[in-house]
Structures are given as structure tokens and as C-alpha cells.
Design a protein around this ligand. Structure first.
Ligand code: G3P
Length: 218
């Protein structure tokens, strides 16, 4: 699984998101690699019925109805959104909310990716049985220095922690990943995929860089 978090980068603003998702669809088909995109929240509807999974960047534990401004899993589901990141480093939430949101996504048969900053959190949240745990050391996010080369032990330890918590949750890793080599290294260390943002979104040639990452995951 190859998850691209678009964050709120200018490079995918407005109509550019459509071109970006189309490029990812093409690469996903060509290399038969599962690529999921997390568009900026306000653009989810624009790309929601793509042939590749579309995930939210954040969801709120709020009810359907009079909850102005909150992003509600039940309504995302109705717009063909397939899942969500939960607790991204740039949008942390409480442990209680994480627990409730993982279970809500499970009920709705949507994919949950719980982001964690260290091995202790990976161990703790793997017990909730989300589809994925994504480990991202905050200090490497957006740094261009890959977690797989800077903190290899973090991936191996997190992979073991997730495995010992349950057999269903898979590990992703992210932060600073910018090349196919960084991706291969992450997989060698026990990651089942990656969560990436700037290395892809800010690249000049999306087709080329998404293909480079995809090839490393085949
Ligand atoms: O969600 C992915 C992210 O936080 C990693 O960001 O820019 O280091 O790939 P980046």
C-alpha cells in the first residue's frame, strides 16, 4: 500500500488535484500497486469517485447532523471515500477519540490508518486492530531525510510491536521519503507500505516519481 498525503500543498490546489489523482490512477494500473490518495479535505468530493482509494486526512468524532465544520465518517462513506488517516502528527487527537474513530471506521467498513510517532504508540494503537499503523518520527517529516535510512531501528521495532499486538494490522512508515531507494529500504525493514507527502507532491514530474516509488513496492 502506497499512501500519498497531499496535505495542503499549493501544488495540488484547485483543479490540479484532478490531474494528480489521474496520474496516480495510471501508475497504479501500470504497476499493479495499490495507491491511495488523501486530498485536501475540501477537495475530497472532486476526486471521490476515482478508480483508486481516496482517504480523508483527518476525521472528527462527531455525530451526523448539527455538527458544523466537522468531518464525519458516515458522510464521507456516502461520498465514496474509502477511509481516513487518524491522528496525523500535524493533527493529533486524544487517545479516546482514536479509539472511537477506529471502531467507527470498522463498523462502516472503511480503512483506518492510525499515525503514531514512536514504537510505544505503535504497540498501544495496534491493539485497536486498525487496518494500518503508520509510524512517522515528527522531526523527519518534510525533511528529505528518510525514516528508513535515518531511523531504521524504528521500523523493525514497530513491525515487531504491530505483529505481536495482532495479525491483521499492517505497518506503514513515513517521513522524509524521497526516492525509490528509501521505499525499498523501508520494505526490507518490515514495512508493508509507505505514507508520503512532500517527496511526491513537490516533485516536478509526478508520473516519474510515483512510478519510481511504485516500482520499489512491486
Ligand atoms: O503524511 C505523510 C507525512 O507526514 C510525511 O511527510 O513530506 O516527509 O513525506 P513527508
Amino acid at each position: 500500500m502506497f499512501v500519498i498525503n497531499c496535505k495542503n500543498y499549493e501544488e495540488i490546489s484547485g483543479e490540479k488535484i484532478t490531474k494528480f489523482v489521474k496520474t496516480a490512477e495510471k501508475v497504479s494500473k501500470k504497476f499493479k500497486v495499490k495507491i491511495a490518495i488523501c486530498p485536501p479535505q475540501h477537495l475530497i468530493g472532486v476526486v471521490a469517485n476515482s478508480s483508486i482509494p481516496i482517504f480523508a486526512q483527518h476525521i472528527d468524532d462527531s455525530k451526523v447532523g448539527s455538527t458544523t465544520g466537522f468531518v464525519i465518517p458516515e458522510l464521507l462513506k456516502k461520498s465514496q471515500v474509502n477511509g481516513s488517516l487518524i491522528n496525523h502528527s500535524e493533527h493529533r487527537i486524544s487517545s479516546k477519540e482514536i479509539t472511537k474513530l477506529v471502531s467507527k471506521l470498522k463498523e462502516l467498513k472503511m480503512t483506518s490508518i492510525v499515525c503514531v510517532k514512536d514504537v510505544a504508540e505503535a504497540r498501544k494503537y495496534a491493539k485497536l486492530n486498525p487496518n494500518y499503523i503508520a509510524i512517522e518520527p515528527p522531526e523527519l517529516i518534510g525533511s528529505g531525510k528518510a525514516v528508513s535510512t535515518e531511523r531504521p531501528e524504528l521500523i523493525t521495532k514497530a513491525a515487531n510491536a504491530v505483529k505481536s499486538a495482532n495479525n491483521n494490522t499492517k505497518l506503514l512508515c513515513g517521513a522524509g521519503i524521497v526516492s525509490g531507494q528509501d521505499v525499498s529500504k523501508a520494505v526490507e525493514l518490515g514495512s508493508k507500505g509507505i505514507l508520503v507527502a512532500s517527496g511526491i507532491i513537490k516533485a516536478k514530474n509526478w508520473d516519474k516519481i510515483i512510478s519510481e516509488f511504485a516500482k520499489a513496492l512491486v
